[in-house]
Design a protein around this ligand. Structure first.
Ligand code: GLU
Length: 255
């Protein structure tokens, strides 16, 4: 299977902006094993801005663009350093691809990065993508990595996109404020009712919320790629998803 995994900032980093070492080591170990089993893996990783905030010792996530971009420049380096180190321990070669909305909208640039991704997979490397936050301003931004991950999944004809988040999946209400909220385990059609459920917003570290995840689901369902929202706090969820267990919320077209 060709699988795209997206990891959000709140899964990767502590609220301090420093790496959650235990979590990331476990995730990289599980992904390495999945790759060893013969699956093709692509990782879309957030965390550049969050980790930059931690490394620069800023008190909070910056609101102004130049500081955000500076934090991303520092944090992206830090992220790739860790990925290279940890995946390297399991003998996997990582590759960094940073793209912007322009690269997805221009046919030529889209073809270019898709070709690069396909070649990296043929070479057995593990492509790791993020938005190029240091240059992405309002006009050219994709804006969130849920959408980026779905665009990537669509471009390379992935079989499955897994969005690892700090929540178990899509709920019938905000589980933080409604203890009776139920997890929606399977979605085969995206309608207004479902969008109404997605009012839950992002935590203070990440960018997307449930809305961007539903937008990602739309892109995936349109091209026949299955999508799962699962909790990244438990990396072993990845094994369970591949074993066909019901984990989080799965979005598939009704056939
Ligand atoms: N590209 C952003 C970062 O690396 C994250 C965007 C997102 O989480 O959706 O910090």
């Amino acid at each position: 299977m060709r699988i795209v995994v997206k990891i959000g900032t709140s899964t990767l980093a502590h609220p301090s902006g420093h790496l959650n070492i235990r979590r990331v080591e476990e995730l990289c170990k599980v992904m390495s094993d999945i790759k060893n089993a013969g699956h093709e893996l692509i990782l879309v990783s957030s965390g550049a801005i969050g980790m930059g905030v931690g490394k620069l010792g800023l008190r909070q996530k910056p609101a102004d663009i130049p500081t955000k971009q500076a934090a991303a420049a520092v944090g992206q380096c830090e992220l790739m350093y860790f990925y290279d180190k940890i995946f390297g321990e399991y003998r996997h070669t990582v590759a960094q691809l940073l793209i912007t909305g322009d690269d997805t909208r221009s046919e030529k640039r889209h073809t270019n990065f898709t070709n690069t991704l396909n070649r990296l997979l043929e070479l057995g490397a593990l492509p790791i993508l993020n938005e190029n936050d240091t240059v992405a301003t309002e006009e050219i931004v994709i804006g969130d990595n849920d959408t980026l991950a779905a665009i990537v999944a669509q471009s390379i004809h992935a079989d499955l996109l897994i969005l690892l988040s700090d929540i178990d999946g899509l709920y019938t209400a905000d589980p933080h404020t409604h203890p009776d909220a139920r997890l929606v385990t399977r979605v085969t059609r995206l309608d207004q009712e479902l969008y109404a459920l997605a009012g839950v917003s992002a935590g203070h570290q990440g960018t997307g919320g449930m809305r961007t995840k539903l937008r990602a689901a739309e892109i995936c369902m349109d091209c026949g790629c299955a999508m799962v929202i699962a909790n990244g706090n438990n990396p072993a969820n990845l094994y369970r998803i591949l074993d066909g267990e019901s984990v989080g919320t799965i979005f598939t077209r009704e056939d």
